[in-house]
Design a protein around this ligand. Structure first.
Ligand SMILES: [Zn+2]
Length: 250
């Protein structure tokens, strides 16, 4: 058999397997066959089981589908990096602080995060998360309101993510994001008795935005817009986070 005829035979075999995939349809067989064929993969993790309850909202919906949130691709790692400049603690403590909060979001959503290291990137002055040709990792950084306008007043942090679609399909996935924490607010909280817990709650709230949660009206949820003493994700937050971990794979 020459190389050419062999490759034709392989192509023919692929075509047969592809037909089998289409006939079997969605489900675990589909996922297993796709994996064997190298056509895709399964979600890297599983969202936590949480009892129903509370209220949650999504940051963004799929175009024309109000019930379908925009999510990250659960089959791919979410890369993130930390710029510890102006944070109240040293670089090692700052990275540990961020990683601890990210791990909590990862545990609830089932999304997998990959820490890419320290960065000297700065947040966008308008608080936007810009989409570049190869999307940047999520950036966690500290800034003041001279640098980032949105931190003006008593805003303790801003967070969000930017979505894109692929190949003419209208479906959107978040592909990059950012959290910018307010230098003055964090310095102030560095001295208070409950300061660390409150700083952590602010970061968790902003990471909630990064994975796709919006604000809700209930002060029992961490995604309430104001910091009113809630330190951990509430029941509605947890349900929203778990839902955001069940997005489509690309
Ligand atoms: Zn918020």
């Amino acid at each position: 058999m020459t190389e050419r005829t062999r490759s034709v035979a392989v192509l023919a075999l692929s075509a047969v397997l592809f037909v089998v995939v289409l006939v079997i349809g969605p489900g675990s067989e589909m996922a297993a066959l796709r994996r064997i064929l190298g056509l895709g993969n399964d979600p890297l993790g599983r969202p936590a089981d949480v009892p129903p309850g509370g209220v949650h909202a999504f940051l963004e919906h799929q175009p024309g589908r109000p019930d379908e949130p925009v999510t990250w691709d659960p089959c791919r790692e979410i890369r993130y990096e930390v710029n510890p400049d102006q944070a109240p603690d040293d670089a090692d403590e700052t990275v540990a602080f961020v990683r601890d909060a990210v791990e909590e979001v990862a545990a609830v959503t089932g999304l997998t995060f990959s820490y890419e290291g320290l960065s000297d990137r700065r947040p966008d002055p308008q608080g936007d998360v810009l989409l570049t040709a190869r999307p940047d990792p999520v950036l966690v950084a500290w800034a003041d309101d001279d640098e980032v306008d949105e931190l003006d007043g008593d805003v303790a942090g801003v967070g969000g993510a930017t979505a894109r679609s692929y190949d003419g399909d209208a479906w959107l996935w978040f592909v990059t994001g950012g959290v910018t924490l307010d230098v003055q607010a964090f310095d102030r909280l560095a001295d208070g008795p409950d300061g660390l817990a409150e700083r952590r709650a602010i970061l968790l709230h902003e990471l909630g935005h990064v994975v796709g949660l919006g604000h809700v009206d209930s002060p029992a949820e961490l995604m309430y817009a104001d910091s009113v003493g809630q330190r951990e994700f509430g029941l509605g937050d947890l349900n929203g986070l778990a839902a955001l971990g069940r997005g489509r794979c690309r």
